[in-house]
Design a binder for this molecule. Structure first.
Ligand SMILES: Nc1ncnc2c1ncn2[C@@H]1O[C@H](COP(=O)(O)OP(=O)(O)O)[C@@H](O)[C@H]1O
Ligand SMILES: N[C@@H](CCC(=O)OP(=O)(O)O)C(=O)O
Length: 371
């Protein structure tokens, strides 16, 4: 038995589209029922264990009702399918969890929701409240509003970040393959990887994109990436096939176990470092780099020498040192157009000439993460 699993009080379980759909397309009610049974039986049996489900499958579930034969390539049709399918997916979960006396709550997230401080706080509070009320939060990406730019596209990384957000003790990634293999499972000679203690171990593992079912998105690449994000945040990960969910949640040695590494930044900053794309670059002088990196101070206008990019207040931007390296990422408090007029000037001087509204940091230290 795996102690890290049996001891886990709060578990995030992610299930991929390929584990919820039939070969002909559309939701597979039997597989969905089996999963819910495992979550309510094996997964939720231990008193007090909380389960958060991150479920893909909205796009796949929307294909048949819209008369689509396969997963569309363009974003707009994917979004239309997700819009139709998400309702069906939640309906199926509501019914199935209901059979086990459990109530579910839908939570649709975008990257922005967890990087912007107010949204992050709200998402965190809602999830906390649902768990306190013994409801099962069912999370998916908010596909219908996510643009190409800010889209996760796969739910593996979303699940890792949600695990960090809710401070889970364990992340379980369920797919259509029973474990990570040293090469594609169809490749002769591929061996099962039982445990990963160090990602350097994966140097000779060959991972590739989505499976043959054609409904998944990221394949093993995004699962390994998700495992890295979660283990970096101190959360162990079990990767296995959906039919083994019950066994995995009871601590049986199935699938691949990724051991947790160190505890890093807080969940929101973790998300900022791993989930966002910088919309601009602020070039710093040497003093500002020392202040931000060594003293963990807020970034003030005086230390900025150049601004690149078309960002608005609240966007993530990278901080660049004099050698051109990105040393930190943070949420900027000003629009790109405002900043050039402030560079090199002290906050006191700015407040005196422009008014007290300008006596604010360019990036607050609570919104900064070192890269
Ligand atoms: N090294 C590997 N080990 C295991 N599976 C792999 C590997 N490389 C690629 N894969 C493929 O990744 C697929 C799972 O990814 P994906 O189809 O995106 O699933 P999901 O919808 O569950 O997220 C497997 O079915 C398998 O074909
Ligand atoms: N949000 C999308 C998830 C995309 C997807 O296919 O993810 P996955 O099956 O986890 O690789 C959906 O619900 O269809």
């Amino acid at each position: 038995m795996r102690g890290v699993v049996t001891r886990a009080r709060r578990v995030v379980v992610k299930v991929g589209s390929s584990s919820l759909t039939t070969a002909a397309g559309g939701l597979d009610p039997e597989r969905l029922a089996a999963l819910v049974g495992a979550l309510c039986g094996g997964g939720d049996r231990e008193p007090g264990r909380e389960v958060v489900l991150v479920s893909s499958g909205a796009i796949a579930a929307g294909l048949a009702p819209l008369g689509l034969a396969r997963r569309p390539r363009d974003l707009a049709t994917q979004q239309a399918a997700a819009s139709v399918g998400q309702g069906r997916l939640m309906h199926a979960y509501t019914e199935e969890f209901g059979r086990h006396g459990r109530t579910v709550g839908q939570v649709l997230l975008t990257v922005d929701d967890v990087t912007r401080r107010a949204h992050y706080r709200n998402a965190h509070r809602t999830l906390r409240k649902l768990l306190d009320m013994r409801a099962v939060p069912i999370i998916n990406e908010n596909d219908t509003v996510a643009t190409e730019e800010i889209r996760f596209g796969d739910n593996d990384r979303l699940a890792a970040l949600v695990a960090a957000l809710v401070q889970a003790d364990l992340l379980v990634l369920l797919s259509d393959v029973d474990a990570l293999y040293t090469g594609h499972p169809s490749q002769p000679g591929s061996r099962k990887v039982d445990e990963v203690t160090d990602f350097a171990q994966l140097a000779e593992v060959s991972v590739s994109g989505a499976g043959s079912a054609g409904v998944g998105t990221g394949g093993m690449v995004t699962k390994v990436e998700a495992a890295r994000i979660a283990t970096d945040a101190g959360i162990p990960v079990v990767l296995t096939a959906a039919p083994l969910a019950g066994a995995a949640l009871s601590g049986e040695p199935v699938g691949t176990l990724f051991h947790a590494g160190g505890v890093r930044a807080t969940a929101r900053l973790h998300w900022l470092a791993h989930a966002t794309t910088a919309r601009g670059r602020l070039h710093l002088d040497a003093g500002a780099v020392t202040a931000v990196v060594d003293r963990r101070a807020s970034l003030l206008p005086a230390g900025i020498t150049r601004v690149d990019g078309a960002f608005t207040a609240g966007d993530p931007v990278d901080l660049i040192d004099i050698a051109g390296r990105a040393v930190a990422r943070g949420l900027v408090n000003y629009d790109a157009l405002e900043l050039p007029g402030l560079l090199g000037r002290s906050t006191g001087e700015l407040a005196a000439t422009l008014g007290p509204a300008y006596e604010r940091e360019v990036i607050h230290r609570d919104d900064l993460v070192l890269l």
